[in-house]
Design a protein around this ligand. Sequence first.
Ligand code: PMP
Length: 361
Amino acid sequence: MSRVYNFNAGPAVLPLEVLEEVQAEFLDYQNSGMSIIEMSHRTPTYEALNAQAEQDLKDLLGLGEDYRVLFMTGGATTQFSLLPMNLLAAGETADYAVTGMFAQKAFQQAQKIGSAHAAVDLAAEGFKRAPAVSEMKFSDRQAYLHITTNNTIYGTAWREYPDFGDRTLVADMSSDFLSHPFAADKFSLIYAGAQKNLGPAGTTVVIIKKSLLAKSPENLPEIFSYNVYAKNDSLYNTPPVFAVYVVAKVLKWLKKNGGLAAMGELNGKKAALIYGLLDRWPEFYRGHAQTASRSMMNATFRLPTEELEAKFVQQAEAAGFVGVKGHRSVGGMRISMYNALPLEGCAKLAQFMEDFYKKNA
Ligand code: PMP
């Protein structure tokens, strides 16, 4: 067996230890004589797994009884619609910080459902930075403020969250969830598709303040209702059992390996290796993000010519570095360095980048 260094943006690398555990217990989960994906979700075994995953996630985030964790389906994209369906009432406006393509999509879906307003829109600037609160224009009767903490395609993020005041703060954290310590209790709702830092595609985690659950309209179809999901402990219908099971294992792995503080430290070291080269040869490795808004998860850069970019991708892949090609809307390279990517992966890629510079600059 040989495993590559996986820089994919998502689905992405998962901890080897977790994959090995999944493999080892796949045919016979906890002496049940069947795999987890063959088992009813209405069993004490699955219910215990589901409840433990909720508790472990709240422990990692330091959240207490005033929050619920929902394991939903349909990707983060489904949340773009469910969020306003549940939390945007008539007479209110939802404010969106449009900081990237996914933020833009979230904003567009909210506009179909109710009154939504762009508090700030960085599209014209090419999404190169995280905005300040002082440049945002907020609505009266604000239902919530929606932010995207890490813009996966552009490789921008807030290095520290600014003070958003006592707003109902909602965040799409799909691409930097659990990657660094932060004050989770400042957020009223957080959602994240699992397939980057959490597990396989198939479940989307929604963390919601209990006090918001009453806002889900009574006439909302039940399958779309956060309140119904919470009342049923995410078991209103058949959940994505395999995805939740792997997420539960990743959460245990995170706890065992020092939680968010340890991840923040590791991710900082990995990112420094890659960004160090952008700072050293900025005319060659041309970073997309402004320095103060660099993402710790996705480093994006271009090279002087498209020919060199194609050569970089091809030689990187031949050397065992997978998934370094950038998103088509930015071009160039995107190096995704999620929690499970070992430090060694970034160190080896940094060496490759240094050699590539020396041969091609
Ligand atoms: N938001 C962000 C920040 C993302 O990176 C992505 C996917 N890459 C999405 C939303 C959409 O997620 P999904 O494909 O799970 O619907």
